[in-house]
Ligand binder design. Sequence first.
Ligand SMILES: Nc1ncnc2c1ncn2[C@@H]1O[C@H](COP(=O)(O)OP(=O)(O)OP(=O)(O)O)[C@@H](O)[C@H]1O
Ligand SMILES: [Mg+2]
Length: 393
Amino acid sequence: MADIAIIYDRSESDELGIRLTAERMGIELGYLPFHKVAFGFGNDGYELRSSGKDYTKALKETRIVLNRGQSKNRRVFASTIMESLGKQVVNPLEVELACQSKIRSLLAFMVHGINIPKTVYVPCNVMEEKGEGGSLDNAESISELIEGQLGSEVVVKPDAGTHGRSVALARGHRELVETLRSIEPGITNPAGVVAQELIPKWFYDLRIIVSKEKDRSPRCEPVALVRGGFKEFRTNTFLGNMVVHVDLPQPVRSEAERCGAALAGDSPAWLIALDAMPNIGDDKNADEAELRRRFQDLEKPFSEVTKAKADPNKKTNFEEYSRNVERAYLSYKSTEAYQFIKGVVSESLNNTADRVVFHEGNSCPEFWEQTRIIAGINVAELLLRCAVSLLDR
Ligand SMILES: Nc1ncnc2c1ncn2[C@@H]1O[C@H](COP(=O)(O)OP(=O)(O)OP(=O)(O)O)[C@@H](O)[C@H]1O
Ligand SMILES: [Mg+2]
């Protein structure tokens, strides 16, 4: 019988990585599906069944749940259900809700005195249906409201987006109006517009892991993943940017720990990946043309990583897949270009440690490939430690 179970809708590298890590740590890890299943509940109890299997007993025996649902909404349902049944969840509902919305996260940071990018929320939608038919285009007036507070260089982003999708930079009134008109409200972003000041982060941003085990203080990992490049202003890796690692200056680590606590409140155990950017401005410590050349030099070794990741046998032989991806990353890491970029980032971050702004918390970060191999942080191990800390020992 497993006290700890992982719940997910789809198994990707991270979930396979969590299973593999659990095996290596000697932790028995159960599994609860959360996709094509029916969770039934009523006054006489509850059940969880797929078309071919009854998971009710497994669910009843589970005490701690690792929530790895793919979408934010599904994770919110999973944590809500599990906590209602008396289970403890990593991450708990409180963390899921705080991380679900960028506005909620930013407000929590602000309340705790953490540096954030100045942000504007306009509750009105760009296109509004009129009661009598037809629609009203509010782009001009929303644009004026935003520009009145942020000026004319503005980042527009969905409140509940991921992977940098629909995050756009608008320079000047016309571009902002056009960007606003391209926003399509959906189930995840039903109301309003979020805009933010553009942080002059030069060419990189940070992904910082902070976690807390029960009865311990929050702990920020000493190394962070740096996502960088000159392709465009969005530097997240989903868009093909490069990654290096950096040792975090102590003040940034302390702030990250405060960010985690701001999002998690009194939750006993949690893990959050924070997005942060240094406000570098003109404080540039290297020649940009040289840096651009070094990024070019990384393209080839990085393409070997991409090739290794495309292995069709990933799920059938995950250990071998992981070894091959690891080998490709390590050879990428050993290049002169990597070392050069890492050196520039390290020096620049030390110069700007007190000017790092935090803008988001991610409650279910991807980690098996980049965070684990590049930054040396196996998030699976941290998650499992959080789960074990919740068991009454
Ligand atoms: N205010 C800002 N100033 C400068 N750059 C920004 C700003 N906001 C976002 N970016 C850039 O855009 C990228 C994506 O932004 P953000 O993290 O808000 O989107 P996301 O959809 O949550 O992406 P992810 O899921 O990868 O975290 C960031 O990695 C950063 O490089
Ligand atoms: Mg983000």
